[in-house]
Design a protein around this ligand. Structure first.
Ligand SMILES: Cc1cc2nc3c(=O)[nH]c(=O)nc-3n(C[C@H](O)[C@H](O)[C@H](O)COP(=O)(O)OP(=O)(O)OC[C@H]3O[C@@H](n4cnc5c(N)ncnc54)[C@H](O)[C@@H]3O)c2cc1C
Ligand code: FES
Length: 276
């Protein structure tokens, strides 16, 4: 079945659960018929009146009828969303964007930070397909590795390989997800697809490593998304509007925008903002 790329009825959904993930991270479960039909990699625009409207990836799609977003508290918007209780309501529109192309074979998934949210729903879908997964999940510290327990439960089977990295060495291997990916490729290059989501300098490194080995890649990009309809240009990279042409870009598309990808993006005011 083909779903429309831009479904835009604004609506209010009821929050059913607020799950503690870590001190500053919560997963908000809600009931919504359109999100139940979403595909891994799609995102929502979540609105709290008087606060803001921001893009959030769907971390759960139709689990016992519920969908979810996972929010890391940073500014007042994410704090307000993370503090929402069961029975309260939040405004949403979407789901928007394209979705990961699922490959049945051997794949590697490389994620870091809040980029692990869409990769969780991707991993669930790949497992249903019988795909063999090597999953690299990175965070600054153990408590910042998003969905760690859920990913561990999901991959707790012999055919799946999970590598956890933390910047401070508080859990798993000390270092970055990309260091672990580089080491993995030295031992095993036999992957039909690489999937990645996380801070753009990280996904750029995953792109460079994949290109050096001739491996196909799908990256879920997170840029400034205001309209989500391809109109305002805040999310632009090269000729692509990430909100509409993405969030998922392929190796071929990323090659076209290699001068920008991981180098700079548009800031909240539309100006070029260079990654460090
Ligand atoms: C496609 C996509 C998916 C995302 N998925 C997740 C996710 O699953 N979990 C998660 O925790 N974060 C996710 N983010 C990042 C999240 O949207 C921003 O971190 C969040 O908007 C920042 O809000 P804040 O309250 O922390 O405020 P601050 O970081 O202090 O930002 C202040 C204000 O700037 C605006 N703003 C900041 N970042 C963005 C943005 N990317 N687009 C539009 N407006 C912005 C908002 O109005 C916000 O209130 C995603 C971003 C994108 C583009
Ligand atoms: S968010 Fe407006 S064009 Fe993409």
């Amino acid at each position: 079945m083909v779903y429309p790329k831009n479904i835009d009825p604004r609506r209010i959904v009821r929050i059913v659960d607020n799950k503690f993930e870590a001190a500053n991270i919560r997963t908000i479960f809600f009931e919504d018929d359109l999100c139940r039909k979403a595909r891994p990699g799609q995102y929502l625009m979540a609105w709290i009146p008087g606060v803001d409207e921001v893009p959030l990836s769907l971390s759960t799609i139709d689990h016992n009828g519920l969908s979810a977003v996972t929010v890391k508290a940073g500014g007042k918007g994410t704090e307000a969303r993370g503090g929402m209780r069961p029975g309260e309501y939040i405004g949403v529109r979407g789901p928007y964007g394209n979705w990961f192309n699922l490959v049945n074979g051997r794949v590697a998934i490389v994620g870091g930070g809040t980029g692990l949210a869409p990769l969780l729903s991707l991993a669930k879908a790949l497992i249903e397909l019988g795909t063999e997964i090597s999953f690299i999940a990175g965070g600054e510290t153990k408590k910042n590795v998003l969905h760690l327990a859920e990913i561990q439960t999901l991959l707790n089977k012999q055919r799946y390989n999970l590598i956890v990295t933390t910047d401070d060495g508080s859990y798993g291997r000390e270092g970055t997800a990309t260091d672990a990916f580089q080491d993995l490729l030295e031992k095993d290059k036999n992957f039909d697809m690489i999937y990645s989501c996380g801070p753009e300098p990280m996904t750029r490194k995953v792109f460079d490593l994949s290109e050096s080995q001739g491996l196909q890649l799908q990256v879920c990009l997170e840029r400034i998304v205001h309209c989500s309809l391809g109109l305002c240009g805040s999310c632009v990279i090269g000729r692509f509007r990430v909100c509409k042409d993405g969030l998922i870009l392929s190796s071929e598309q990323l090659r076209e925008v290699a001068d920008e990808f991981g180098v700079f993006k548009r800031g909240l005011d539309g100006r070029k903002t260079y990654f460090n």
